[in-house]
Write a protein that binds this ligand. Structure first.
Ligand SMILES: *[C@@H]1O[C@H](CO)[C@@H](O)[C@H](O)[C@H]1NC(C)=O
Ligand SMILES: *[C@@H]1O[C@H](CO)[C@@H](O)[C@H](O)[C@H]1NC(C)=O
Length: 307
């Protein structure tokens, strides 16, 4: 019985020694850990990048943070001070976390936490965290044609450049969202449109009368959404006779106006002459009058021929 107890005690001691031995290498070196290697934050909100020290023996390790943007590193925390882009916008928190009070879109970058512990066997470790700051979309720019003809093709466009990640686009017709595929909706089954949610294009292969109405587009990402004010698209029938008559009227009107203008100009000269004849003697005008008279007759004949 006693032997057995002693054996047990030995075993426990052995286990304890084994586990402590297992820990020895780590307590001789600095090891870092983070809760998230990829961090998403919303613009204008606080975010904490964690740099946890798993094991260390050195009392006053040297902690540094660098920001790496487009491959270019710059100091964020150096010689116990926040510097560079984050100056006055961040603070270091135990053990080596960095807290940004109010993120901006320019904070999107990679951040490297580096800890040097001179008294440790393994005296350096670093950890890389990538931070992406979501940005709300602004009001998109929308272009909707004012008037299109039945049966023709047309495209409505929507574009937003600020949002991050890049927004997805949705289109609304008379305040009702257009399903991405009209075939899936009994209401729009006969419409020929297609939507590209990545580019914001709303294309009609053949416009129908029913496609007329108010259109607006919404740009949306994880940070929020924004939409443009509604714009009206009118749809007209093709009317070949109407177009022909309209052109005819326009041409006739042009000829009439030209004729009338010439006519009244000539008549103006004639009246002036008649008036002058009564009061003054302007012999120099005589040739002109005769020429004008002949011209007037010519024009009258011409315009009555057209009408
Ligand atoms: C964050 O910064 C923006 C612009 O710099 C400012 O408008 C906003 O009030 C700030 N938010 C906080 C919580 O400080
Ligand atoms: C779609 O077209 C079919 C065939 O022309 C017609 O019967 C149906 O009523 C139309 N549906 C709508 C929603 O306009």
């Amino acid at each position: 019985m006693i032997r057995c107890k002693m054996a047990m005690a030995r075993l426990v001691a052995c286990l304890a020694l084994y586990t402590s031995l297992g820990h020895i290498p780590s307590s001789l070196g600095v090891i870092l850990r983070t809760t998230d290697k990829i961090v998403w934050a919303n613009e204008f909100e606080p975010i904490e990048l964690t740099c946890l020290i798993e094991s260390i023996s050195t009392n006053n390790p040297r902690i540094e943070w660098k920001k790496i943007k487009n491959g270019v590193p710059s100091y964020v925390y150096f010689q116990n001070k926040i510097s560079g882009d984050l100056e006055r916008r961040a603070q270091l928190r135990e053990p080596a976390n960095i807290l940004i009070f109010n993120t901006t879109r320019s904070d999107t970058a990679e951040y490297r936490c580096e800890v040097a512990a001179i008294d440790d066997q393994r005296d350096f470790d670093e950890i890389l965290i990538s931070l992406a700051v979501r940005v709300k979309p602004v009001v998109p720019r929308c272009s909707v044609p004012e008037a299109v003809t039945v049966g023709t093709s047309t495209e409505l466009r929507c574009l937003e450049n600020e949002g991050f990640p890049a927004p997805q686009y949705r289109w609304f017709h008379n305040n009702e969202e257009l399903p991405q595929d009209p075939k899936n909706s009994p209401r729009f089954v006969n419409s020929s449109y297609s939507i590209n949610p990545d580019t914001g294009g709303l294309k009609f292969r053949r416009v129908r009368k029913e496609d007329a109405g108010e259109y607006y587009c919404q740009a949306k990402n994880d940070a929020g959404h924004a939409q443009c004010p509604p714009q009206i698209m009118e749809v007209y029938d093709v009317d070949i006779l109407g177009i022909f008559l309209k052109s005819l009227v326009a041409v006739t009107l042009f000829i009439c106006v030209t004729a009338c203008l010439c006519h009244s100009l000539k008549r103006g000269c004639f009246h002036k002459k008649g008036h002058n004849e009564n009061n003054y003697n302007w012999p120099a005008q005589n040739d002109g009058v005769e020429y004008g008279d002949a011209d007037e007759g010519h024009f009258r004949h011409k315009s009555s021929f057209v009408i």
